[in-house]
Write a protein that binds this ligand. Sequence first.
Ligand code: GLA
Length: 400
Amino acid sequence: MNHTDQQGDDDSRADRVAGTFGRLFGGPPDGVWAAPGRVNLIGEHTDYNDGFALPMALPQTTLLAARARTDGRLRLHSAQGDGRVTDLTVAALAPGAVTSWVSYPAGVVWALAEAGHPVGGADLHFDSTVPTGAGLSSSAALECAVAVAYDELYGLGLPGPELARIAQLAENAFAGVPCGIMDQMASVCCTAGAALQLDARTPEHHRQVPFDLRGQGLRLLVIDTRVSHDLGDGAYAALRAGCERAAALLGLPALRDLPAGDLPGALQALPAELAPLVRHVVTENARVTEAVSRLREGDVAALGPILTTGHASLRDDYRVSCPETDLAVTAALGAGALGARMTGGGFGGSVIALVEAGRESQVGESVTAAFGAAGHRLPRILSVTPAEGARRLAPAPGTR
Ligand code: GLA
């Protein structure tokens, strides 16, 4: 989709959500905001180890039509929900008090108040094109839409990384998912045509890395395996705890602080169940650095082997892949993809594949055929481009 098409699409979606908002809540919203989902190109399970990642925003977004309220009520509705409007009171928000999808947006309002920001109520209507349960950060998109909308509605003026931290706090402390900061940083801080070079220890120092897929005759496929991933199920928390224990045993603040040269000694010293986790994190951080160098040289195709090696590390050392993600990677490579890997937390979710332009259908058909032959549910395949992070759509910035 080119820039003009994207703009036209955004405008008509913004009009539609504003119209629905009017029917639900009466009168127009104060504004319409958009926040994207993401794929991570490389740097998986590194963010909560204070390490590196390289996500990009997806064209798929969560739209939010919002209007501030002066009575402290928080009313929420989603086009993807059960049709009901949830009616809450900001002063009564507390971790555990709200469940379902509502915990993500309500958690952001709670987190802003917790951080001492003067926020009140609002009417919120969401409409999302980010697939849920596909490892594409639909929850971060919900959170970040609220964060950017509240930032403007309540005149907070917070920088992007601070909004990402607030959204992460909502997910950790309110929704109870112990995620790192990558997804929220991607949703807030990405720019079109670039990947985001993230150092999770200092998110404010993030940098944009040009990612000119199309200019280099390349495409990026997202293969949603439709095996629903759920980071709240304890496996993610257990991996995170394993990494923290390994860092403590090594006397380091975080695994990010283990130099690659010290890895062999560390692997000897650690209990057998922790060593592979550490090997993944240290080699994965190196893969991010390598990927950033190749992209800065303008060699997008060089990303291919880095993706594939990263997948092997997630499969064999970190053990967060599953038969469907492994099959998608093998089938994509077999059909000529330059590289492929699972993306996101794992245990299902999506695979990304870097392919030459013109080979998308061949790769897509091979993966679909392999899934059919294995008796898996058929995957959903999208071709994506690096898109813009969270932003206001309407009224257009500067026209209010
Ligand atoms: C999920 C989490 C992120 C990150 C990835 C794995 O997406 O939300 O913080 O840890 O898993 O890289």
